[in-house]
Write a protein that binds this ligand. Structure first.
Ligand SMILES: [Zn+2]
Ligand SMILES: [Zn+2]
Length: 279
């Protein structure tokens, strides 16, 4: 049974869809992980809208009866705003199960704001036709055939990385993490050891990182250093800076691959719409 990852949004902070950003993608963070017929969605940036375009051709969403398991790492806009445009929430019979290490009250309070009548035509989660279910993740929680663990990242505000383990392999997703914060980074690196695929924050050049004081994200060089330490077979760098063009990203990717790739490990910049086989 194959384990695959598809990116629906790879951009950090803010959506930036333009001709020069079509290859690596301009929508904010969202990815899906498939293991056989089961699927988890990680984070609900604007990529969630892309996700639906694909899905709606396979399964008419208006029929209802669909269940989506969504993991939320934190609540910055670029990780939740796509939820408002997630078509299944507008049809009865669909269930959205939100899994997160945060307390249920925290999750519902924040997500209710997304549907506050001031920002949307709805008034709170309960005014939508779908069913919402909230599950607080514990270490080693099981969601179908996935075993899910989490670890705090070095970001701004409480934020988590996820480790998704199946019999077909394991994935660590740490999209918002500043690897220069040594103590928490060392702990995260230990925790991530042995994963088959690492999805890691890499937003800045070292110079930008220094100028911005990190601001909760890693430089390319720190991300590569973490990839070396964790030694995943495939590392995907994501959360691309909003205005970085395809040309700039391709050049950086090429340079990093030259210094990092070996016969047993490789590194790529995540591309929107691309499906990656984990193992
Ligand atoms: Zn982010
Ligand atoms: Zn963030």
């Amino acid at each position: 049974m194959a384990l695959t990852v598809c990116f629906w949004g790879t951009r950090g902070n803010v959506m930036s869809v333009a001709r020069e950003r079509l290859i690596y993608g301009g929508h904010t963070t969202c990815l899906s992980v498939r293991h056989d017929h089961e699927m988890l969605i990680v984070d609900a940036g604007f990529g969630l809208a892309n996700f639906l375009e694909c899905l709606s051709t396979e399964t008419p969403l208006s029929r209802g009866g669909h269940k989506f398991n969504l993991l939320l790492s934190h609540f910055h806009w670029d990780h939740i705003q796509g939820l408002s445009y997630f078509v299944p929430i507008y049809f009865p019979g669909n269930e959205i199960v939100i899994h997160s290490p945060f307390e249920r009250e925290v999750v519902t309070e924040i997500l209710n704001l997304l549907f506050d009548g001031s920002y949307s035509p709805f008034n709170g989660l309960d005014s939508l036709p779908c069913t919402w279910t909230f599950r607080k993740l514990e270490h080693g929680s099981e969601i179908g055939s996935f075993r899910v663990d989490f670890h705090e990242t070095a970001h701004i505000g409480e934020t988590y990385a996820f480790r998704l383990v199946t019999e077909a392999g394991s994935i660590v997703v740490a999209t918002d993490h500043d690897a220069s914060r040594t103590q928490i980074n060392d702990s995260l690196v230990d925790w991530a050891q042995g994963c088959d695929m690492l999805i890691h924050s890499a937003m800045y050049t070292p110079r930008e990182h220094q100028q911005l004081g990190g601001f909760g994200h890693s430089s390319f060089i720190e991300a590569v250093r973490n990839a070396e330490r964790i030694n995943a077979a495939h590392t995907l760098l994501t959360h691309h800076a909003p205005l970085r063009t395809d040309g700039e990203l391709a050049e950086m990717e090429h340079n990093l691959q030259h210094m990092y790739n070996t016969d047993t490990r490789r590194l790529s910049f995540a591309k929107e719409g691309e499906i990656y086989i984990v193992r």
